[in-house]
Every structure is written in C-alpha cells, then in structure tokens.
Design a protein around this ligand. Structure first.
Ligand SMILES: [Zn+2]
Length: 222
C-alpha cells in the first residue's frame, strides 16, 4: 500500500497522488487493484417514465400515419402530428443538454421554429395558413407537455415554476388571440392548445400553488 506522509493515510491500488491532498505518495503500490471500489451504475429513477412516453409518442405517430394513409382525403395532417412529437423530443433533449436555464431554452426553441414556419409558409403560399393553423399550436402543445415532463423528472427551483406558469399562460394566449381574431381556417389544434394551457396552469396551481404563492408574495415584498 502507498502512504501519504501529510494526511497519514494508507491508499490501496496504485494511484499517482494522494486522493485527499493530491500530494506525493511513498511506498509500493498494488498494480492491478483499483483505489476505489467500483461504482454500480444506478438506473435512472425516471427511466421507466421516459420509456413509456417514448413508446406512447411513437405509437401515436404510427397510428396517425396509418389513419392518414388509409384516409388521404383530409390532407396530410399526420406530418404536423409527427412534427409536434419531434418538437416535444427536441425540446426535451435541448433541456437535458443545457440544464442551466430550462424555460429560456424552451422559449428560444419555440420562437425560432415558429419564425421559420411563418417565413416558410409566407414564402411558399403567399399567406399564413398551415403555420398558424397547425405548426404553432402543435409546437406550443409539445413545449407545454415537455415542460410538464421536465417538471416531473427534475428537481426544479421555484423560480423555474414561476417561469413555467408565465410560459403556459403565454402559450395558451397566443392561439386564443388567433382564434378570437378569426385568423384561423382550422380551429381544433389551437383549441387543443388553449385546453392544454389551461390544464397545465391548473396542474401547476394545484401541485405547486402554495410554494408559488409564497415566492410571488416574497418577490413583491408583500
Ligand atoms: Zn495526502
């Protein structure tokens, strides 16, 4: 065993330096033996939930494509469902990669994809139809569901919940304004988006209501 003169500890295995003080070790090492016991990889606690959501979204996409293929008269709406599911997973992936500022990452992604869809729609059709009818409401629904899953999977700070509250309200308001202004040809994706927003807000208030109220009162110095 190696020994650290400064810390007075014996170190097994054959490390170069003391694990405590990073200083030099004296004595003979034991090559081939690990200094630390091997750490068993713990299964991620939410892995089952993620697998379930993965399966459900894949099944939803498959069913929509199959229904759409058998009844092609209604247009190729399944493309938009698949785009919505992809946006959900893209949001989730972006958030897991940049843990730091989750609501900001989601807001950026939604703004970017919406802007691209609007420009592309205007460019190809000369007016806004499929972007406001389908892409934006489905994108907002995907983002809100992703936020709910993230809130369930990760330990969030109460400030993040306040931003989620604001984003959920904003994401419900945008399609509601479009609906009330008669900008839409096809209403049901936007109506679904308003409903998801209301459900998300209700869930946030029911599960995090007291903590949110305390935090908002504290911020407003009441
Ligand atoms: Zn030491």
């Amino acid at each position: 065993m190696k020994r650290c003169e400064r810390c007075h500890v014996l170190v097994s295995g054959n490390p170069r330096s003391c694990p405590l003080c990073q200083g030099d070790l004296i004595g003979d090492g034991e090559p081939g033996r690990e200094s630390f016991p091997p750490l068993a990889a713990k299964p991620h606690p939410q892995k089952g939930l993620l697998q379930l959501i993965g399966l459900v979204t894949a099944a939803a996409a498959a069913v929509c494509i199959a229904v759409n293929l058998s009844l092609p008269d209604g247009g190729w709406w399944s493309i938009f469902v698949v785009a919505g599911i992809l946006s959900f997973w893209l949001t989730f992936w972006a958030v897991v990669k940049k843990r730091g500022n989750i609501p900001k990452a989601i807001l950026w992604q939604v703004a970017l994809i919406s802007a691209l869809a609007l420009v592309w729609n205007w460019w190809t059709a000369g007016r806004l139809n499929w972007s406001v009818d389908f892409v934006i409401p489905l994108l907002l629904i995907g983002a809100m569901i992703a936020m709910a899953v993230i809130a369930k999977c990760m330990r969030l700070r109460i400030q993040d919940y306040i931003l989620y509250l604001l984003l959920d309200a904003l994401f419900g308001l945008i399609p509601l304004i479009l609906l009330l202004c008669d900008c839409l040809r096809i209403v049901y994706p936007s109506a679904a988006c308003v409903a998801v927003s209301i459900i998300s807000l209700a869930a946030l208030c029911l599960y995090e209501g007291q903590a949110l109220k305390n935090e908002i009162l504290r911020r407003l110095h009441l």
